[in-house]
Design a protein around this ligand. Sequence first.
Ligand SMILES: [Ca+2]
Length: 402
Amino acid sequence: MKKFFFAFLIALLSACGENQKSSEKDQANNENETEQSTHPENIEAQPEAESPLIDYEHEVVVDGLSTPWSFAFLPDESILITEKSGDLIHFKDGQKQMLSGVPQVYDHGQGGLLEVALHPNYEKNGWIYLTFASEEGDGEGGNTKLVRAKLNNNQLTNIEDLYKAEPNSTRGQHFGSRIVFDQEGHLYFTIGDRGNNKENPQDITRDGGKVYRLHDDGSIPEDNPFVGEEGAKEAVFSYGHRNPQGMIVHPETGEIWVNEHGPQGGDEINIVKNSANYGWPEVTYGIDYDDSIISDETSGPEYKEPFFYWVPSIAPSGFAVVTSDKYPNLQGNLLVGSLKFQYLEHLVIENDSVIKREKLLEGIGRLRDVRQGPDGYIYISAEGTGIVKILPESEGDGKYKG
Ligand SMILES: [Ca+2]
């Protein structure tokens, strides 16, 4: 592995230079859209993302979307789509239906209507889970909230509040927030550090910078790691995270995996373990946006090491493991959306490590989410483009060119 990284060092350094030139700052929608000029010398370079072996064709399935943060397939293969601005859309039979009864969201910076996910037994119980930034509670600003609701005649009904992070903050950064269910029916969701890395990620009595675990009705599992500890947020499952905007249940191992934004450099993929500390901001592979050093250390005995990290940052969003046999070249590998570089990153996995990075769908738009559909096709959502289906090599050749 080391040799491999070394071989890419020169290419990586030239890539850093390019990023510096093309970088732009957008404070209102800032997700690692910052300069990537340098990184500490003690950080091992990662392989550069390459042009792909197979140039996959794609087909736009839902167009006319602005910032489609997340989407979920219903059993009839219609699609629920969140727009960050607060709209929840049901796409069915080629038509977009705006749903009513959606809670008020705090559309501010990276906050807004975020994740949508179905209960594993949705067909029996009808529960739909949402996360969003909410102004509810004391104090100016907002923080991440989790609810569940049912869908009746184009309306959200039976809304139940399951979690609301506190305190509110007017900062626009780091709301998280994905939702997954493990094989025992626990619900996991994420909240980023809300731009307050001094206070939040390392303190289990505060919200933010955490992965949370609940029962599906919002109650706290008795075997959560900090139950009974004085002042603890008992829903916390792991901590020391920065801003996890991707989360999956690994289809082979059943483990919970997150990806999270680093500062300038140091995005990470982490395998989430009960009570583990992922180190932010005590250890990091990144540096601060003004090039100052956040920590001299990239690791420490009390902190869990990432499965993979990116230097420079790609600003990861949703991700997925491909299990479908429709894409032999992708099967068993990870696909990760890049907000910053507007492509889909293909991480080729061999013997439990990343051996190669590829750029798929270059220029598709700021990529928000990646899902394998019930039909076995891979779908992604991208700002301005909409929801897109990736065509397998066998179906794409010449069929959808242009
Ligand atoms: Ca870490």
